[in-house]
Design a protein. Structure first.
Ligand SMILES: [Zn+2]
Length: 474
């Protein structure tokens, strides 16, 4: 019954995903993408709650009166500078300097909405009671939209949350991510003629450079899974003959646990103070938000993995494989990635098919959780409600996210196929949970154990949006 509903609704949601691909909007400015999604969900009979948490581009779409609240997570923001013609294996911007869906979020929202709409059809036919709520989450790319939604209590009554991400493999995302804090350091010095009166100048750019040197030495003395990176967002001007009176550097500071991140932030702050002292400048700390690490949930991963096993192999057509091969030939050689990808082709594929350009099998899952090195605001959601996510193959093996190749594949037949598989996986997982409340109970008990008495700490700025940087930070 579910398969038929997914298949029947798929064309409508593929069309929405394609329209959003054609309307790439950056974080907190996804107005047209949100309007497209709201229209699609209203047409399916969902009740729309606009402007969640006071954010213009956050909304929810809900169906059902009682029963457990099943949250489905959607995203739809794009990235700057990644404009690319669809279906081309050569880098060709559609609009020079324009935005592009380099993280597949056009598919992400489309797949989660398709799952929600199909679930509702099944619930209507069976009379099973549950509330299905799709969350339109803005600004995953550097704006941490879900952090605002979690802080406003938008997930407080959800029983579980289910999501997915477009990718290069099929399987549950049985992993944590790194907690991250974004922090800008703004230095102020004194301008002077750099040749005629250098002794009167105090260079804010010098302070930024010395701070970065200090941070680079710090790297040797932090745990191995810490990630520390920066961008100079204001170099103080373009005239070498003017001592730079202002300069600013934006840091991303990441570690597996939030308390480790806070320790690191204190050490980086000290480095900034030292740089200010050395250069006779002043420094101001500007918090730019952040995201919690994902708390994975083994109970939910087992349920979702079982659903994926039953769905079986994801077959791509000859034409889809050919395009994937073309994309792969545009990528730098990635022997290790290929070897890993081949190792992940599991029981669903006969041996020898591990060299396919698209993952058609299923990544094994043995209950163990791994530590990823990226970050996502799904982490914030995972601190208040048990979350499970899958990946499906929407891109050729080896395609990095945030690349033009990901944009080029973003509305291809293979991407649609992966999106529909993700929807079937999420809806199948939800149905199994609704039918077995004890699984939800077990997932919530595991969630409490992983939290281990710790409170959720919101990292986003206190003002509604606060200062944030647009795009491409993850
Ligand atoms: Zn993404």
């Amino acid at each position: 019954m579910l398969d038929a509903e997914i298949a029947g609704l798929a064309p409508a949601f593929k069309a929405v995903a394609d329209k959003i691909w054609s309307t790439p909007e950056l974080c907190f400015a996804e107005h047209r993408s949100v309007a497209l999604q709201i229209d699609a969900m209203a047409a399916q009979g969902f009740r729309i709650a606009p402007r969640l948490a006071g954010l213009d581009t956050a909304f929810s779409a809900e169906w059902g009166e009682d029963g457990p609240v099943i949250a489905l997570l959607g995203e739809f923001d794009a990235l700057p500078g990644l404009s690319q013609i669809a279906g081309s294996a050569q880098q060709q911007p559609l609009e020079p300097g324009g935005n592009g869906h380099g993280c597949g979020h056009n598919l992400l929202g489309g797949g989660s909405m398709l799952a929600a709409a199909a679930l509702v059809r099944v619930l209507k036919q069976t009379g099973i009671r549950a509330r299905i709520r799709y969350y339109g989450c803005p600004a995953e790319e550097g704006g941490w939209g879900k952090g605002y939604m979690v802080r406003a209590g938008a997930f407080d009554d959800a029983a579980v949350a289910i999501g997915w991400h477009p990718g290069v493999f099929n399987g549950v995302r049985a992993r944590s991510t790194l907690a991250v804090v974004n922090r800008a350091y703004r230095f102020r010095g004194t301008a002077a003629h750099a040749a005629m009166a250098p002794h009167l100048g105090r260079s804010a750019l010098d302070a930024v450079e010395l701070m970065n040197i200090g941070a680079n030495f710090l790297r040797e003395h932090v745990p191995p899974d810490v990630r520390l990176h920066y961008a100079i967002t204001d170099a103080g001007g373009v005239a070498p003959a003017v001592v730079q009176a202002r300069a600013e550097v934006l840091y991303m500071i990441r570690a597996p646990e939030l308390d480790e991140v806070h320790d690191l932030v204190a050490r980086v702050d000290d480095i900034a103070r030292g740089a200010a002292l050395m250069t006779g400048t002043e420094v101001e700390f500007l918090p730019q938000g952040g995201a919690s690490n994902v708390l994975p949930n083994a109970v939910l991963c087992h349920v979702m993995h079982g659903v994926m096993q039953r769905l079986g192999r994801l077959d791509f057509t000859y034409g889809e494989r050919i395009f994937a091969e073309e994309i792969r030939s545009s990528l730098p050689a990635q022997g290790s990635v290929d070897r890993r990808a081949r190792a992940e082709q599991d029981v669903l594929l006969p041996s020898g098919e591990g060299r396919l350009p698209l993952h058609e099998g299923l990544r094994p899952f043995d209950g163990r959780m791994t530590q990823g090195s990226g970050s996502t605001d799904v982490g914030d959601v995972s601190w208040v409600v048990p979350v499970v996510e899958c990946s499906t193959a929407t891109w050729a093996v080896g395609t990095p996210s945030h690349s033009w190749q990901a944009v080029a594949q973003g509305c291809s037949p293979a991407a649609h196929r992966g999106m529909v598989r993700a929807a079937a996986t999420m809806a199948g997982t939800a149905l199994e949970l609704i039918a077995n409340p004890s699984l939800i109970q077990q997932a919530r008990e595991e969630h409490q154990e992983r939290r281990d008495g710790r409170m959720y700490v919101s990292l986003v700025p206190a003002d509604t949006l606060g200062p944030f940087r647009s795009g491409g930070d993850l």
